[in-house]
Design a protein around this ligand. Structure first.
Ligand SMILES: [Zn+2]
Length: 130
């Protein structure tokens, strides 16, 4: 039965995990298997919770320090018309549009490239995966 197995699994976790690592599944994962990234893919450092933003591509809720932020200027006027107007000395106001991408969307959209293991930034002398 599914419900029972879930119950047993969560109960076993409580026995196996030290008390300070019962906070989240991620901390248990890091304790057992080691971290992939020291920062966990985030830029929050030692500060606590950060706010959440919504991915503007898929709508996923992402931590603000993990999301990729892109800002671009958008004009309401068409570019061809804007060029003509600019030649006549018109100032065309543009709107600044900020969009947040979750990591998988940023990778899919080509905003962020995946680096090979040899090209990844590493600190000399530090062991990887920790
Ligand atoms: Zn997304």
């Amino acid at each position: 039965m599914k419900l029972w197995s879930v119950f047993v699994h969560s109960d076993m976790n409580k026995i196996l995990r030290p008390l300070e690592l019962q906070a989240s599944y991620q901390s248990w994962w890091n304790y057992k298997l080691g971290k992939k990234r020291k920062s966990g893919g985030r830029s929050k450092g030692s500060s606590g919770k950060s706010g959440t933003v919504q991915c503007s591509r898929c709508g996923r809720i992402v931590p603000a320090d993990k999301a990729k932020k892109y800002t671009k200027r958008v004009s309401a006027v068409e570019p061809q018309l804007a060029r003509e107007l600019r030649q006549q000395g018109t100032y065309i106001q543009t709107k600044r549009v900020t969009s947040y991408y979750c990591v998988s969307c940023a990778v899919h959209a080509g905003r962020v490239q995946i680096r090979q293991a040899s090209e990844r930034r590493t600190v000399p002398g530090r062991r990887s995966r920790n």
